[in-house]
Unconditional design. Structure first.
Length: 273
């Protein structure tokens, strides 16, 4: 492929927009790390893989995995790949959208779930999803009114974690909390005004007294909007509200950092269980 103004190139570039993604049911995966995870066996359906000749030589493992899974490979000039995506680094894939099913997630008996409530920033959403993957979470739920997880900025921020665990999108938070609680998970809201200190909960994990959340038990963490946090009506849905201790002079933690700390605390408490 040599023409950066070709219809195919324009169609790929259009996937940066939500309307094109909605119409096609596909999304754009950019860069070698994310594409490597997308084309791995057991990953989502990849329609097309586009590489420059240099990228094909530099990342033979991507080419080999694509051939093994029957993905169509197309070689394009640097100008073509740049026209598809300025963030491609010579590698772009068009992939089927996937939406996890909450009933399937709960049927598998999860021990750790991250829930994003009204999270709008793509970078934050992707970073939380990546942290959930790293901490060993079983799923991420992205509630209604949150960012589209197939937004290119979200996909890039996950660094491939989008393809590692179920991501449920679109349900109302109240319905999610009801389903999680019915499945035996404690629902903890992460908020700076929390009555429970995260470090104190770690100290008693596995032997928490009555009325105190046990981080060693199956847990769902609810994280709110990066600007205003959790709404009052969202906080009241939780079984308990937990704060991350601030020992220095910082006024607060950003969403992704706070979520990472909470998820890793649960991961540590549940280790070996």
């Amino acid at each position: 492929m040599t023409n950066p103004r070709a219809d195919r190139v324009k169609a790929v570039r259009a996937l940066t927009g939500r309307s094109a993604r909605r119409r096609s049911g596909t999304f754009l995966v950019e860069g070698p790390q994310a594409v490597r995870e997308a084309v791995a066996p057991g990953g989502p359906r990849v329609h097309d893989l586009y590489l420059t000749a240099d990228a094909a030589a530099r990342y033979p493992e991507i080419v080999a995995a694509a051939r093994e899974t029957g993905v169509r490979l197309r070689t394009g000039t640097v100008e073509v790949l740049d026209a598809m995506s300025p963030d491609a680094q010579g590698v772009v894939a068009v992939v089927d959208q996937t939406h996890g099913d909450l009933a399937d997630v709960l049927a598998a008996g999860p021990r750790l779930v991250a829930v994003l409530a009204h999270v709008r920033d793509p970078g934050n959403a992707g970073a939380v999803l990546r942290a959930a993957d790293a901490a060993g979470a079983d799923a991420v739920v992205v509630s209604a009114a949150s960012v589209d997880v197939h937004n290119p900025k979200v996909v890039r921020s996950t660094a491939g974690s989008l393809f590692h665990l179920p991501v449920v999108t679109g349900p109302e938070l109240a319905d999610v909390v009801t389903a999680l609680r019915a499945a035996g998970l404690a629902v903890l809201a992460a908020d700076g005004s929390g009555t429970h200190d995260l470090d104190d909960l770690l100290d008693v994990a596995g032997a928490a007294p009555a009325g105190v959340p046990d981080l060693a038990a199956p847990t769902a963490w609810v994280f709110g909007n990066e600007a205003w946090g959790l709404r009052d009506e969202d906080v009241t849905l939780a079984d308990a509200v937990v704060r991350v201790p601030l020992r220095g002079r910082a006024e607060s933690l950003n969403l992704a950092t706070a979520a990472t700390v909470c998820l890793y605390a649960s991961g540590r408490a549940q280790r070996g269980r």
